[in-house]
Design a protein. Structure first.
Lengths: 57, 245
C-alpha cells in the first residue's frame, strides 16, 4: 500500500479525512481559546493588583 | 487517619490541585490519541461491508459517547451546586459545557460525513440524530442562559435547572435505536458479545480513553480560569505567584 492509496481511502477519503480533520481542528481551537482565556484573566488580575498598589501609596 | 475530603471543594485549594493534575491527563491523552490512530488506520482491517469509510467510527463513537457522559456529569455537578450550594461544583458544570457542545458537534459532523456515503444523505430526521441534535441545543442553551445572567450564583441556579431537566434527553439518545425504527445502526458492542474485529475494538476504546482524558484536562484548565474570574477580589488570588509577577 502506498501513501496516495492510503489517503484515497478507496474513494472515501473526503469523508474519512473530513471527519478527522474537522474533529481535530475543533479540539485545537478549543485548546487555543482555553489558554487564551487564562492569559486574559491573569492579565486583568495583574492590572487589578497594580491599581490596588497605587491606592496604597 | 482523618482525611479532609472537603478540602478540595474550596475553589482556592482546588485551583492548585487542578493545575498539578492537568499534565497527568493531557500527556496520556496525546499518547493514546496517536496509539488509537495508529491501530485504527494501520492495524484494523478494511470492513467487509463499509470498506474504508467505517474508520470514521474511531472518532464518531467516542465523541458521541462522551457527549452524553459529559452532559450527565455536567448535570450532576450543577445539581450538587444547587442542592449543597457548593460554588466549585457549579463552576465545574460551567467548565464542562463548551467541551460537551464541541463533542456533540463532532458527533453530528462525523455522523453526517458517514451518513452521506452509507445512507446517501448527510442528514435524516431519525430519532438518534434528532435527539443528539437536541443535546447540542441543550449545551448551547445552558451556555447562553448562564451568559445572559450577570450574577454568577443566579446563573448557576438557572443553568442547573436547565441541565437537570435536559438530562432526560440522554437515555432517549441512548435507547433511540431500540425504541424506534431508525436508519442509524444499533450498537456494535453489547454485553452479550460484539460483532467487531478485535483491532477495531482496540482502536475505538483507545480513542475513547484519549478523548476522555482530553475532556478532563481541558475542563480542569477552563475551571481554573473560571475560579480566577469569580474569585478575583479575594486575597488568595491576589497572592498567587502568577498574578503577583
Amino acid at each position: 500500500m502506498n501513501w496516495s492509496e492510503f489517503f484515497a481511502m478507496k474513494g472515501y477519503g473526503l469523508y474519512v479525512w473530513g471527519s478527522y480533520g474537522v474533529g481535530l481542528l475543533v479540539l485545537v481551537i478549543e485548546i487555543i481559546l482555553v489558554r487564551h482565556r487564562r492569559k486574559v484573566v491573569l492579565h486583568q488580575l495583574r492590572l487589578l493588583g497594580d491599581v490596588g498598589n497605587e491606592d496604597q501609596k | 487517619m482523618a482525611i479532609n475530603w472537603f478540602k478540595y471543594s474550596a475553589p482556592s485549594s482546588f485551583y492548585g490541585l487542578a493545575g498539578k493534575l492537568i499534565p497527568w491527563f493531557a500527556w496520556p491523552a496525546a499518547i493514546l490519541f496517536f496509539v488509537g490512530m495508529y491501530i485504527g488506520f494501520f492495524v484494523a482491517p478494511t470492513d467487509a461491508v463499509q470498506s474504508e469509510a467505517y474508520r470514521i467510527i474511531f472518532i464518531h463513537v467516542p465523541a458521541s459517547i462522551l457527549s452524553m457522559i459529559v452532559y450527565l456529569v455536567m448535570a450532576a455537578y450543577a445539581a450538587l451546586g444547587l442542592i449543597f450550594n457548593t460554588r466549585l461544583s457549579s463552576m465545574m458544570a460551567t467548565a464542562l459545557a463548551p467541551t460537551g457542545a464541541l463533542l456533540a458537534f463532532i458527533s453530528l459532523w462525523t455522523g453526517a460525513l458517514w451518513g452521506k456515503p452509507m445512507w446517501g444523505a448527510w442528514w435524516v430526521w431519525d430519532a438518534r440524530l434528532t435527539s443528539e441534535l437536541i443535546l447540542l441545543f441543550l449545551y448551547l442553551g445552558f451556555i447562553a442562559l448562564q451568559a445572559s445572567i450577570e450574577d454568577p450564583r443566579r446563573a448557576d441556579r438557572a443553568g442547573a435547572l436547565l441541565a437537570i431537566v435536559g438530562s432526560v434527553n440522554v437515555p432517549i439518545i441512548y435507547f433511540s435505536v431500540q425504541w424506534w425504527n431508525t436508519l442509524h445502526q444499533g450498537s456494535s458492542i453489547k454485553l452479550s458479545g460484539t460483532s467487531m474485529h478485535i483491532a477495531m475494538q482496540q482502536a475505538m476504546f483507545t480513542m475513547l480513553a484519549a478523548l476522555w482524558l482530553y475532556v478532563i484536562a481541558v475542563a480542569l484548565l477552563r475551571v481554573r480560569s473560571i475560579i480566577l474570574e469569580r474569585e478575583r477580589n479575594t486575597q488568595w488570588v491576589a497572592e498567587l505567584a502568577e498574578v503577583k509577577q
